[in-house]
Ligand binder design. Structure first.
Ligand code: MF3
Ligand code: CO
Length: 291
């Protein structure tokens, strides 16, 4: 937390209002949680209404791109075509695909098929076939504001087992979302996600999680799903983070492709599913910014 402000100083959030009528009560509340030993959010991840507006516009592009993919994805299509659609649509709407060149990532989108857990490379050689499940993970930068979400798509006739994995993973995200409220804990959300996956006989990937997002692609906090109720970071109004569990049909273990150091697979070769939403903690609950 930054240096203590006087009550008549302008608030740290940039609203232009006096500290005492803006975030002073918020800081007092956070200080009490901190004294109790809880992890509390730093000021730099609390978004102002103006920033939220910018992030919301970025999210609108992300939603439009995923809506278009949802309508046009089909058997026989290769995943490089998805990459091109994402690049073309995002840039036409004035945005930049956030994955492109991010830490050396070479494409505009991640397309992860079947036992691919995440960060799958789009390729002309990956041709969608009947029975595949695929995660398309899109992220946009608009005027410096970041958005990030992903959806699963079932290609043709998908087996009941794989369909159930996709559905339960979506339910995990929905149940996690119900736990998002101010002055709760990220562990409340994490446990809800994990419990539902576990009750359905699935596992949740431990090493890769969600993240704060908005002013950068990946901000604090790191968001895991093997956490317990009442633990992890306190959720406060103005925080934005993703809920994006990777749920495996078999074991939780994963490995990363040796050659490209990006693509992640299940170790046992069984399918994995993921949905990703971006959530704003509001004064009285949560708002989904993109899905
Ligand atoms: N959209 C992914 C996430 O949810 C981004 C992975 S980094 C990338 O965090 F470079 F692969 F895009
Ligand atoms: Co993400």
């Amino acid at each position: 937390m930054s240096a203590k402000l006087s009550r008549n100083d302008p608030c740290w959030c940039g609203s232009g209002r006096k500290y005492k009528t803006c975030h002073a009560a918020f800081d007092d509340k956070i200080a009490r949680f901190s004294e109790q030993g809880h992890i509390v959010p730093p000021h730099n991840i609390i978004k102002t209404p103006e920033q939220v507006e910018g992030i919301r516009k970025s999210a609108k592009i992300n939603i439009a791109v995923l809506d278009y993919i949802e309508e046009h994805i089909h058997e026989g299509m290769n995943t490089a075509e998805i990459d091109r659609i994402v690049y073309d649509m995002t840039t036409q709407m004035g945005g930049i695909p956030a994955p492109l060149h991010y830490e050396g990532y070479p494409y505009s989108v991640c397309t992860s098929v079947n036992e691919q857990v995440c960060h799958g490379f789009p390729s002309e050689k990956v041709i969608l076939k009947d029975g595949d499940i695929i995660n398309v993970d899109c992220s946009t930068i608009l005027n410096g504001y970041f958005s990030d979400s992903s959806r699963m798509f079932c290609i043709g006739d998908v087996s009941p087992e794989k369909k159930r994995l996709v559905e339960v993973t979506r339910e995990c995200v929905e149940l996690g979302l119900k736990e998002v409220r101010p002055w709760g804990f990220l562990g409340d959300m994490g446990q809800a996600v994990h419990d539902h996956a576990f009750q359905n006989g699935y596992t949740v990937v431990r090493e890769i999680g969600g993240h704060g997002v908005g002013l950068a692609f990946h901000e604090e906090p790191w968001v895991g799903y093997n956490s317990k109720r009442g633990t992890e970071m306190l959720m406060a109004p103005g925080m934005i983070f993703t809920i994006e569990p990777m749920v495996n049909m078999g074991k939780a273990d994963i490995y990363i492709d040796d050659d490209n150091n990006w693509e992640v697979y299940t170790e046992d070769g069984k399918p994995s599913a993921q949905w990703e939403i971006m959530v704003l903690v509001t004064e009285d609950g949560a708002e989904v910014l993109c899905w």
